[in-house]
Design a protein around this ligand. Structure first.
Ligand code: Y43
Ligand code: MG
Length: 207
């Protein structure tokens, strides 16, 4: 089959996130599937989904459903965040809004530092969590999860990744998530694990 004919038959999946870091980590992985992968920003200025759920899974589903309705295409959404043990697992699902609505990564990192200092520590066990939800236009839902254990330390290192990565030390405790390559991050991260699982579900779904 010619490429053009194949393209006509291929399904489109939109990676429905406004976070460029997430797109960077996921787009290449899903490009291995026989689908056309598109990013949300190709559809112009779209409103933000209201992340009113009480779990990562609920919020991932809310985003996938919201953007598939808006675009008329199958959508894959990611809801993720950081649980810090000394902070009773905060910020959790509120990770993006830890320092308030529209907070930047820098604002959230500052807030995290001040909360850790308030708790009287400069490190704590922590984990990243990620839930991916896929919705197609017929209401078919697929869902996959991943976790990554590590440690928050108040000494940032590295400039790769995004969000809390400079403060998140991976197993072994020597390197932060911002010091390893995107490829290495996908090998061990919450998102990388969820993506691997979702790729298996999507391959079955597409077969
Ligand atoms: O690998 C990661 N490395 C560092 N930080 C991370 C990671 N994964 C999630 N995070 C943090 C960033 C943000 O503070 C929150 C996600 O919030 P979350 O609502 O899922 O994403 P978002 O608002 O940035 O984009 P969107 O909702 O459009 O997908 O957790
Ligand atoms: Mg969000």
């Amino acid at each position: 089959m010619e490429d053009r004919q194949r393209a006509v038959k291929m399904k489109t999946i939109i990676i429905a996130t406004k976070n460029k870091g997430k797109i960077r980590e996921m787009a290449e992985e899903f490009a291995e599937l026989p689908v056309i992968i598109r990013a949300l920003d190709e559809f112009g200025e779209l409103p933000d989904a209201v992340e009113s759920g009480h779990t990562f899974a609920e919020n991932a589903r809310i985003k996938a459903a919201f953007y598939s309705r808006l675009t008329g295409q199958a959508c894959l959404a990611d809801d993720s965040g950081l649980e810090i043990d000394i902070l009773d697992k905060r910020p959790g699902i509120y990770s993006a809004r830890f320092a308030g609505d529209n907070a930047s990564d820098g604002d959230n990192n500052k807030k995290m530092i001040s909360e850790m200092k308030k708790a009287g520590v400069d490190s704590s066990n922590a984990r990243y969590k990620c839930v991916l939800a896929f919705f197609d236009i017929n209401g078919r839902i697929l869902q996959a999860e991943g976790e990554c254990e590590g440690k928050i330390k108040l000494s940032p290192k590295g400039s790769n990744g995004f969000g809390y990565d400079p403060y998140f030390y991976i197993r072994g405790g020597k390197k932060s998530m911002a010091e390893i390559s995107a490829l290495e991050k996908n090998e061990i991260s919450h998102r990388g694990k969820a993506v691997k699982r979702m790729k298996i579900l999507l391959a079955e779904y597409l077969a």
